[in-house]
Write a protein that binds this ligand. Sequence first.
Ligand code: MN
Ligand code: MN
Length: 291
Amino acid sequence: MADDELLFADADAALDDADYVIFGAPFDQTVSHRSGTSGAPASIRKESYNFETYLYEYDIDLTTIAIHDAGDLPEQPNVRSALEKVFQFTKQLKIKNKFPVMLGGEHSLTLGAVKGISALSQDDDLPTAVLVLDAHLDYRREYESERFSHACITRRLAEVVGTKNVVPIGIRSMSGEEHRDALTDDLKYYDMATVNEMGMKTLLEDVMDELGEARLYLSVDMDVLDPAYAPGVGNPEPYGLKPQDIKTCIEVIASKLVGFDIMELSPPYDNGNTAALAGRFVRSLIALRSR
Ligand code: MN
Ligand code: MN
């Protein structure tokens, strides 16, 4: 079986029966440095077979959880049609009350998933809030004349869910203009110095207090990790998070989440370990939510 036909390990439930739906969104047309994210879903699926089905810390076996892998969305000719595909697919999943797990693809696609989730007012009127783990602020107005570039995703998200409902964490890179705009717009972000000072757990408890009740979406740009742990990304940025920080994050907020994505993994620069991490995050998150 070719890699691109492989399902995520233990994701063999039928769509109708599933509580969790994993899907790939292979797209990398607005990437700014080194490309390759379109191969990420296949690479994460491949590494997902490295792990035990049983997660002893949480006393959960993933084979007892209804997980469906929907495969990849068809690759699109431009970012707008890719966003539309992700939007429609995620919205359908929410209508069917499934928990979406998107394997990117470039970070720009998070906008489609968040729109798909927040398009439904459902039975409550809670705001949608997005935690963005990222080395970069991604708060440019546009990048190389493209508003929907991956370098603008946090700003585009803020326009959809409101600036106070977007929380970037692990930041250590931004342009001067992004810095000024973030101050002007009162975008509250937690940079690496703050993460190191507060610790992830305390920091997240702070974030939760500020956000209050909200539908919470978690977007992980893999470059938030230190390149020592996750070399397979398009824009490696030193001084980053440890894998344990993301594990802690998942442990603190898993039960509050309505959607999750892992973006910007770039297999051509990976030795497999970045994809293994990504696969492990997905497995931990699903196990924790299912306890
Ligand atoms: Mn980034
Ligand atoms: Mn990003």
